[in-house]
Design a protein around this ligand. Sequence first.
Ligand SMILES: [Ca+2]
Ligand SMILES: [Ca+2]
Ligand SMILES: [Ca+2]
Length: 467
Amino acid sequence: MKSPLFTFLGACFLLAVAPFSAQAQCAEGESEVVVEILTDNYPGEITWTLTGLGGELLSGGPYNSTGTVYADTVCIASEEEFPCLQFVINDSYGDGICCGYGQGAYTLYLDGVAVATGGDYGQQDLVQFDCAPGSTCNDAIGIDAADYGTVMQAEDNFWYSLTPNANGMYEFSSCGAECNTTLYIYDYCNMGNFDDTNEGSIYYDDNQGGCGEAATMTVLLEGGQTYWVRWASLDGSCGGFDWSFNYIGPPTGCTDSGACNYNPSAELDDGSCIYAGDPNCTGPDLIVLADVVSSSLYSTTMNVSETDCYIEEGCLNGFGQRELIRFTTHIKNIGELDYYIGTTAQTNQTGQFEWGECHNHWHYKGYAKYDLFTMDGALIPIGFKNGFCVMDLECSDGGSFTYGCSNMGIASGCGDIYSSGLSCQWIDVTDVEDGQYRLVVRVNWDYDPDALGRYETNTENNWAVVC
Ligand SMILES: [Ca+2]
Ligand SMILES: [Ca+2]
Ligand SMILES: [Ca+2]
């Protein structure tokens, strides 16, 4: 490797005089990939690898010098038009390389063009690049207002990026597709955190939207924020399929903060405000569906490394081989009013949220809790407080999809589902002896009012128990 100082000066020289001359290092027909790391104040925490074409191409770190640019280059000869390379950068302390202790950054160059940059990650960032367009969030196809209407998707499992101009309700629908589709919307891109479950997504629909197996959702999106939209047919029943998207209008609801159904996300009043004295001016009412817990219950094992973020998040009690009981939690709001939590920006002062390193999202605290009891009622000390996003995942009782991971809550007539395949949707029973136990799933167990001060009308139905 070149000395760091030389690389730094060399990079400046190349940029100023001949930005593409670096390609001369690679033979004709080869692509040049440069991984450039600018270290922060803790260079010893950084390690990274670049893989592709069936093996490791480059690796680097830990480093010794702070505030220093290190650059490594590899020439890639590939028959493939899109060889799809993967860059993974870790931070052993879990705080990334920016911006708490110095302004570190990584930048990836493909044939002299910067294709990705970052640094403000936690434990790990993962970038895929030089992949077929639409095959990853990093190579997402840009869509905007000019694409309103039908989008023809040539293949299964495609990624799009969208930055809406204005706050509003946006409809995504595959209702005519006549096959089994799934829709995911994310507010960040890290392929390492996403899988075929709704892990890491802010909105998700499989079969709940009202078009049978074809996914559809109308969701609130923020103007100026970039979203990644993924359409897939996980059982391969579609091949390519058409879907549509449209701007429906500004978020509507009751905009009078003095009304008992005030909706802080609404920008246009729809005349729905009701006031004290109205028989519907009651409250939200959250329930846990017991049959969903019992019918989804299964045991499984998982191998966990010492540094896994599940341990830090409190989802596991240790590392190595863990025995887990997984299950699905389905929470519904059967009350007349929404259970409103809001955005992290609005309410984080109250300490209601905590940052989740595994999912790169804020989690709402004190919402759902899983406990195991012996048959004679003694609590086994493995309890776990679920800290997911609280959102509308189904509106089968006539509600309208209002809340997602960036603006949390459960609308009246909607429900939130944490399926058994999601991470942390388990209890860790590794250290529990075989026997018969009671699993108790509780929602809002401390009976907190929502962020607008609305109390649940009934708290007797906030739990489910299975044996
Ligand atoms: Ca660090
Ligand atoms: Ca589906
Ligand atoms: Ca309740």
